[in-house]
Design a protein around this ligand. Structure first.
Ligand code: EPU
Length: 428
C-alpha cells in the first residue's frame, strides 16, 4: 500500500491538462450496454472507477478494448448476468448498471453500491423511477432485484433533485415503450453528456440540461463514437491548487461555463482569473479574503469542490463559512486539516474557518475522494512534509495526480508504506 508525500511551499507554474469527466465516464460506460453494436468512448480518465466498470462489462459478456484513453465496447454478446457481489460494490456509480441492464434485458440484479461515505445516500428516487416505468424492485440481502415484463414510458417527478436518479431513469427509459417525462430533473453537464451519447446511439431525448427531460422510447440503439466532456471537478481542483500555491497556472481543456460558481467565488476572494473558450488562467492573489459558500445543485456551487476550497480558505483573511446542503457529513477532512494547524470548527452542516493560518505538514488520512484532494491542496500550502494515506480514494477520481502536480513544479511522490504504518492504519 502506498502513501503520498508532499513537500509544501514550492511555487507552482505552468499548464495542466484536464482529463475526461469521472462522473460522466461512470455513466457513459454502463450506457454502452444499451446498444446492439460497438460504441467507442474517447478521452476517458485513467482512474480506478473506469477500470472497475470495464471489468464489470467483461463480466457480463461484453468485449472491451481499452487503450490510452479510448474504450470500445462491443455489447452484442452481453447477458443479464446477476451482479449481487464483488466489484459492483466498489463504486457507487455501479447503480447505473441497474438502469442500463433493465433497459436492455428488462431485468437486473445489482449489489447495493459502495463509494464515498458522505452521510446517507439513498437511491429511493432511482427506484421510484424504475417502478413508474413498470419494473418490480426488491432489495434482497444487499442486492437490488429489478424485473419488468415490459417497460412503459411514464411521467416521473423527482422529489429530490438527483444526478444519479435522472441519469438512471434516462438509461431505462430510452428503450421503454412510449414517452417518459422526468420532472424536477438534475441539470448537471454530465447529464447532457450522457444524453448526447444516447442520442448518438439513436435515442430520442429532449431537454437534458433543463429540469424537464422528455424521452421517446425506441426499439433499437446502435453503436457510435462519443468524446467525453472535460472533468469540471478536476478542473476546479486545479484552479484551487493554482490559487493555493501558484504563480500562474493555466488549466487547459476545461469548459469555463461549467465552473462559473467557482470562478465567481475565487474572484471574490481576490484571486486573478481569466477564462477563454477552453482554458482558465489562475494568477496569484495578493491577499485572499474570506468568503461564504453554500453548496447547491448545478449551476450552484458544487458540493464536490467544497472540501478542496475549505483548504484554500485556511489561508484567507477573516472568517469563512462553508455550508453543504447536499450531503450532511462531508466534513471528514476537517479533523485532518486541524492536525495541520487549521482553525476550523464544524457546526451542523457548516464549517467555520478562521484565517489566515500557516498550515504545517502532518500525517493525515483521506477518508473520501474529495477529502483527499483537500489534503493534497493543504499539503501544497503547508510548511514541511505532509503524508497522505487513503490513496485508493484519490485514485478513484484523479487521473495522474502526481505527474500533473510535478509538471507544475510541485514536489510530490508516492512511497510504499512500512509494515508498522499499515498496522497503525488498520488499528486506527
Ligand atoms: N438523494 C436522495 N434519494 C435518491 C438520490 C439522491 O435522497 O434517490 C439525495 C442524496 O442523498 C443527496 C442528494 O440527493 O443528498 C443529491 O444526490 P445525487 O443523487 O445528485 O448524487 P449522486 O448522483 O449519488 C453525483 C456524483 C457525486 C456528487 C453528486 C452531487 C456521480 C457518480 N457522483 O452523486 O460525486 O457529489 O452527484 O453533485 O456522479 C464525487 O465526484 O466526489 C461525488 C461524490
Amino acid at each position: 500500500m502506498e502513501k503520498l508525500m508532499i513537500a509544501g511551499g514550492y511555487p507552482l507554474k505552468g499548464t495542466v491538462r484536464i482529463s475526461g469527466a469521472k462522473n460522466s465516464a461512470v455513466a457513459l460506460i454502463p450506457a454502452t450496454i444499451l446498444a446492439e453494436s460497438p460504441v467507442k468512448i474517447e478521452g476517458l480518465p485513467d482512474i480506478s472507477d473506469v477500470q472497475i466498470l470495464k471489468d464489470l462489462l467483461e463480466e457480463i459478456g461484453g468485449t472491451v478494448e481499452f487503450s490510452e484513453n479510448d474504450m470500445t465496447v462491443d455489447p452484442s454478446s452481453m447477458i443479464s448476468m446477476p451482479l449481487p457481489n464483488g466489484k459492483v460494490k466498489k463504486l457507487r456509480a455501479s447503480y447505473y448498471l441497474m438502469g442500463a441492464m433493465l433497459g436492455r434485458f428488462k431485468k437486473a440484479v445489482i449489489g447495493l453500491p459502495g463509494g464515498c461515505h458522505l452521510g446517507p445516500r439513498p437511491i429511493d428516487q432511482h427506484i421510484k423511477g424504475f417502478e413508474a416505468l413498470g419494473a418490480r424492485v426488491t432489495n434482497e440481502q444487499g442486492a437490488i432485484y429489478l424485473r419488468a415484463d415490459e417497460l412503459r414510458g411514464a411521467r416521473i417527478y423527482l422529489d429530490v433533485v438527483s444526478v444519479g436518479a435522472t441519469i438512471n431513469i434516462m438509461l431505462a427509459a430510452v428503450r421503454a415503450k412510449g414517452r417518459t417525462i422526468i420532472e424536477n430533473a438534475a441539470k448537471e453537464p454530465e447529464i447532457i453528456d450522457v444524453a448526447t451519447l444516447l442520442t448518438n446511439m439513436g435515442a430520442k431525448i429532449k431537454g437534458a440540461g433543463t429540469d424537464v427531460i422528455r424521452i421517446d422510447g425506441v426499439d433499437h440503439l446502435h453503436g457510435c463514437q462519443h468524446t467525453i466532456i472535460p472533468d469540471r471537478i478536476e478542473a476546479g481542483t486545479y484552479m484551487i491548487v493554482g490559487a493555493a500555491a501558484g504563480e500562474g497556472v493555466l488549466i487547459d481543456n476545461v469548459i469555463p461555463h461549467h465552473l462559473e460558481s467557482l470562478i465567481a467565488k475565487l474572484r471574490e476572494m481576490g484571486v486573478q482569473i481569466e477564462a477563454n473558450d477552453d482554458q482558465v488562467f489562475v494568477g496569484p492573489a495578493e491577499k485572499m479574503k474570506a468568503v461564504d459558500i453554500k453548496t447547491l445543485v448545478y449551476p450552484g456551487f458544487p458540493t464536490d469542490l467544497q472540501q478542496p476550497l475549505t483548504s484554500l480558505l485556511t489561508g484567507a483573511e477573516g472568517t469563512s463559512m462553508v455550508t453543504d446542503t447536499i450531503y450532511s457529513a462531508r466534513f471528514k477532512h476537517i479533523d485532518e486539516l486541524r492536525r495541520m494547524n487549521a482553525n476550523i470548527k464544524v457546526e451542523g452542516r457548516s464549517a467555520i474557518i478562521n484565517g489566515p493560518v500557516q498550515l504545517q505538514g502532518a500525517k493525515v488520512k483521506a477518508s473520501d475522494l474529495r477529502a483527499g484532494a483537500a489534503l493534497v491542496i493543504a499539503g501544497l500550502m503547508a510548511e514541511g512534509v505532509t503524508e497522505v494515506t487513503g490513496l485508493e480514494h484519490i485514485d478513484r477520481g484523479y487521473s495522474h495526480l502526481v505527474e500533473k502536480l510535478n509538471g507544475l513544479g510541485a514536489t510530490i511522490w508516492r512511497e510504499e508504506m512500512s509494515k508498522e504504518e499499515m498496522e497503525q492504519m488498520k488499528n486506527a
